[in-house]
Design a protein around this ligand. Structure first.
Ligand SMILES: Cc1cc2nc3c(=O)[nH]c(=O)nc-3n(C[C@H](O)[C@H](O)[C@H](O)COP(=O)(O)OP(=O)(O)OC[C@H]3O[C@@H](n4cnc5c(N)ncnc54)[C@H](O)[C@@H]3O)c2cc1C
Length: 380
């Protein structure tokens, strides 16, 4: 079986690792990514707040040596889902099965004034660059705001507010600073009322102002204000923004999207095209856009391809479950486990912040890098 995996993020790395571990040279896998390295989303926050150096969180695809897998660093220019064929800067590739794991692209320029007057902290450059901005910050009104839905890792803006609080306390700047969190959601983590209540309590304890159900529409660099979709405006000295998310242009042009994202069968991750699957942030599968969900979806696709190769009958289907670790400040981490099933209310369980869960989160990163890249690493 020739398998083409588009994108070497959470989904692509998990899929190719599972296939290689189970089938080795029995399959011919081509994994394509335009980047030369993988970086965890949570590492962006670690770098931004000075907990890690940029060079320690980069995982080079050079270390990706797996039986049956050929990694190609190249930009995908077009996707033909009918022929399961892509054109890239390194030539054309065709396969029996294609898996699209190209994630969500970020478009800071889509929000008026964000590039000129604010900072986005969702791209690698944005987060790493914000570290310098925070280093030279002397205090004032900070707004953390979201500019569109859906957005990756819904807890990340809340984590940013709590980590920023600690950062400013450490610098002796908290007394002269305000932190406001502006979110388009009614609760910090809507599927988990317990996690949301714990976060709201943590905000209140630290004097972080919480503005629910509000979307940032733009920044006015001249007046130094953020305009919200409901007509309100808020003055700021430092704006930290979550930029607009959309599928990569090459996916939009492939004709695979409906309402902006690739629809898939929520149990099998199959798209409308035979032998074409899609996993993770690029889909509208109904789970939040987070690495843990991409990874589990990729694993389900791997199960199906392994079963098909072995002619072993039906494989496991996707259950919509994911575990997210949440930075709660004071170097403690909480955990929320949520299951999303189509047509049902999401069901979540929350574990209070602790040092133990901080160790669990570190192990989460360590175990992925060990499995995907075959080397030892620790996040902090
Ligand atoms: C600040 C922050 C914190 C986060 N924290 C967490 C967390 O704690 N836990 C968690 O689970 N998730 C977290 N996330 C979310 C997580 O990073 C993403 O949801 C996850 O990476 C999505 O995985 P994916 O495989 O769908 O896509 P991605 O990991 O985004 O991978 C897509 C890949 O496709 C490649 N690509 C795109 N277009 C092309 C093209 N045209 N040609 C070639 N290659 C291309 C990209 O280079 C990329 O490597 C966080 C995100 C952010 C921004």
């Amino acid at each position: 079986m020739r398998i083409l995996v588009l994108g070497a993020g959470f989904g692509g790395l998990e899929l190719t690792t599972r296939l290689s571990d189970e089938l080795g040279h029995d399959v011919d896998i081509v994994l394509i990514d335009k980047a030369d390295e993988f970086v965890f989303g949570f590492s962006k926050l670690d770098v931004m707040f000075g907990r890690a150096m940029p060079e320690t969180v980069r995982h080079s695809y050079r270390d990706l040596v797996k039986p049956g897998v050929r990694f190609t660093q190249s930009t995908i220019r077009s996707i033909d889902p009918v022929r399961r064929r892509v054109n890239t800067d390194a030539g054309a590739f065709e396969a029996d099965v294609m898996v699209v794991a190209l994630g969500a692209d970020l478009d800071p320029a889509a929000t008026p004034g964000l590039v000129e007057a604010g900072r986005e902290f969702y791209t690698m450059d944005g987060a790493f660059g914000t570290r310098d901005v925070l280093d030279s910050f002397t205090g004032g009104r900070v707004i953390i705001g979201v500019t569109s839905t859906p957005f990756k890792c819904p807890p990340a803006p809340s984590e940013t507010a709590l980590m920023l609080h600690d950062f400013l306390v450490g610098r002796g700047l908290r007394g002269t600073s305000e932190i406001s969190l502006v979110m388009p959601l009614g609760a910090p983590i809507p599927p988990s009322p317990t996690a949301s209540a714990a976060l709201l309590e943590a905000f209140a304890e630290r004097g972080i102002s919480w503005y629910p159900d509000r979307l940032v529409q733009g920044l006015d660099p001249r007046r130094g204000v953020v305009s919200l979709a409901n007509g309100e405006s808020m003055p700021f000295d430092l704006f930290l923004g979550v930029p607009v998310h959309r599928v990569p242009a090459v996916v939009a042009e492939s004709g695979m999207c409906v309402d902006g994202w690739i629809p898939v069968n929520p149990l099998t991750l199959q798209t409308a095209y035979p032998d074409v699957y899609a996993v993770g942030d690029v889909t509208s599968v109904g789970t939040p856009k987070a690495g843990v969900f991409s990874e589990r979806q990729a694993s389900v696709v791997a199960d199906q391809l392994i079963a098909r190769h072995r002619q072993a009958g039906a494989a496991a289907t996707y259950d919509g479950t994911g575990i997210c670790y949440i930075e709660f400040g004071h170097d403690r981490v909480a955990r929320v486990e949520v299951t999303f099933r189509s047509g049902q209310r999401p069901d979540g369980q929350f574990d209070e912040p602790s040092d133990l869960l901080r160790a669990d989160k570190a192990e989460f990163g360590t175990s992925r890098i060990r499995r995907w890249f075959g080397r030892e690493w620790t996040s902090y």
